[in-house]
Design a protein around this ligand. Structure first.
Ligand SMILES: Cc1ncc(COP(=O)(O)O)c(C=O)c1O
Length: 499
């Protein structure tokens, strides 16, 4: 297919050029009715592209024109069998994958480090999750991969699982051996569903890890807004029929109606059309730039006293043992724990003092995501800020900062709590609020996930063990952001199921 086209962008442009008297939604009438406060800052032109299903611009929920062509170009680029634009992020894609694979009374294997959108999919589907645990990369205090052996062992106990849902790469760029895992899933007649929210760029350079579709996944979801030039919330779902039958395929299309707005945003969809065009035309150069920027920065950070940055090339023995097949070289996992600085404290000082803003922090590391759109100047600022932190921390005069140093070890992820009922049953069960301090031993009516990365520690329907409580309490007591906590985010109370 000729990738040198942008059908949706062109269709909207053609529509605008008709200079229509506009009586449709949205009410702002192309670029006329947006607040001047906003247009004075950003200009008005972009708002003309915020249209709806006009005679030129097709319909995401029943595409047969420009959107259909744009999706076909995407599909060809990723060598998938079918591809869909998503306007509610990978969140809705993960939900759609799960509800297409397993329903009430059926089992689905879910990696325990799955994003909370997996839990939302489980609530909608009613399926019974069977969890498979990721390994741990102890030196870095982050999760490793899911091993094919762990998947096989879980299938041996649960051969009736309809699918495996897992994330690869993780937020930190950790990729599991999907080719081996796909073989195991397909031996058991199960689908492999991959949350590739962080990996849509990996198909465009040989030095990046292998993409899920290339490794044998049946369905995969990618947040194009996280790693390419698409706008926030713009994601895609691909199907590659390694093991998908026609019924599942048509269920995916149907289920996308269930989880997406009936007013899909055309700015988001146009951004997907244009991001695909850029990847098709310049993907290799874009990824080469990102990889080179990241690699040279990694080397520089590794020379800063007290700092280190996870290596992405050949995997260490520790990484291999932790199920890590590869690490995305564009992710910089940076630690200054040798200086006694937690990731959280580093994150704060980098931004407050040096206006260097990284993606996330944990107890041990910060994570900087490098893309093709970064410039050398950004990298220099990151390195120089780390150098300054190192100097200040080492010097005698940093007593004020040293007071921030706390135990910088990430608490170990708790062992699986007992699942008393499915997430769906628990979500809709009769419940009450009790003090968080009294929660041990109770069945949780909600999920709780430190955010980012948004991985639930407890799912609705699970009994809260002392270990789970203490893990969450560590984040709560330190004032960390928790998703699923009550309205003020402080987790003073928790919803529990009436017993
Ligand atoms: C692993 C993973 N999956 C899914 C999501 C949800 O993606 P989106 O923000 O596109 O809805 C996230 C968000 O951070 C994520 O980290």
């Amino acid at each position: 297919m000729n990738q040198n086209q942008t059908p949706l962008l062109d269709a909207i442009t053609d529509f605008i050029e008709t200079k229509p008297a506009y009586f449709r939604i949205p009410g702002h009438r192309l670029d006329q009715g947006i607040s001047r406060r906003w247009t004075d800052k950003v200009g008005a032109d972009i708002f003309a592209y915020d249209v709806t299903e006009t005679p030129f611009t097709d319909d995401l929920h029943s595409p047969e024109g420009a959107i259909s062509e744009a999706q076909e170009l995407l599909c060809a680029l990723y060598e998938a069998d079918r591809s869909f634009f998503l306007v509610n992020g990978s969140t809705c894609g993960n939900e759609a994958m799960i509800i297409s694979a397993a329903l009430e009374g059926e089992k689905i294997m879910v990696a325990r480090n799955a994003h909370k959108s997996a839990m939302m999919g489980l609530i909608i589907s009613g399926a019974t999750p069977v969890y498979v645990m990721p390994e741990v990369l102890d030196d870095w205090g982050i999760q490793g991969g899911i091993t094919a052996e762990a998947v096989r062992a879980c299938f041996a106990k649960n051969p009736d699982c309809k699918a495996l849902f897992m994330v690869s790469p993780s937020y930190y760029g950790v990729c599991s051996d999907l080719a081996e895992i796909a073989k195991v899933c397909h031996e058991y007649g199960a689908l492999l569903l991959i949350d590739e929210a962080h990996g849509g760029h990996m198909y465009f350079h040989d030095d990046l890890p292998m993409g899920a579709l290339q490794a044998g996944a049946d369905l995969c979801v990618q947040s194009m807004h996280k790693v390419t030039g698409a706008l926030t919330q713009s994601s895609v779902l691909h199907i590659k029929s390694h093991g998908v039958n026609d019924e599942t395929l048509s269920r995916v299309a149907q289920n996308l109606h269930l989880v997406q707005s009936t007013s899909p945003n055309y700015l988001l969809m146009t951004s997907l059309d244009c991001a695909r065009y850029e990847l098709a035309m310049h993907g290799t150069e874009m990824m080469k730039k990102a990889l080179e920027l990241a690699e040279s920065t990694r080397k520089r950070i590794n020379c800063i006293p007290g700092f280190c940055c996870i290596e992405s090339g050949k995997m260490s023995k520790e990484a291999e043992n932790a199920g890590v097949k590869a690490i995305d070289g564009t992710r910089l996992v940076i630690s200054a724990k040798k200086l006694g600085i937690t990731g959280f404290a580093l994150d704060e000082v980098l931004f407050q003092k040096y206006a260097v803003n990284v993606e996330l922090a944990d107890y041990e590391n910060v994570l900087a995501i490098v893309t093709y759109a970064n410039e050398q100047e950004d990298m220099d600022r990151l390195v120089e800020a780390c150098e300054a932190v190192s100097r200040e921390w080492i010097s005698e005069s940093s007593s004020q900062q040293k007071s921030k140093v706390s135990d910088s070890k990430m608490p170990p992820f708790p062992v699986l709590p007992e699942q008393v009922m499915t997430p769906r049953r628990a979500y809709f069960a009769k419940s009450k609020m009790i003090s968080w301090k009294e929660a041990v031993g109770k069945i949780s009516g909600q999920m709780i996930a430190p955010y980012p990365p948004g991985i639930p520690v407890i799912y609705p329907g699970e009994r809260i063990t002392r270990e789970v409580w203490e893990y969450i309490e560590r984040f709560r007591a330190d004032g960390r952001h928790l998703h699923g906590a009550d309205s003020d985010g402080k987790l003073e109370e928790i919803k529990i199921i009436n017993e």
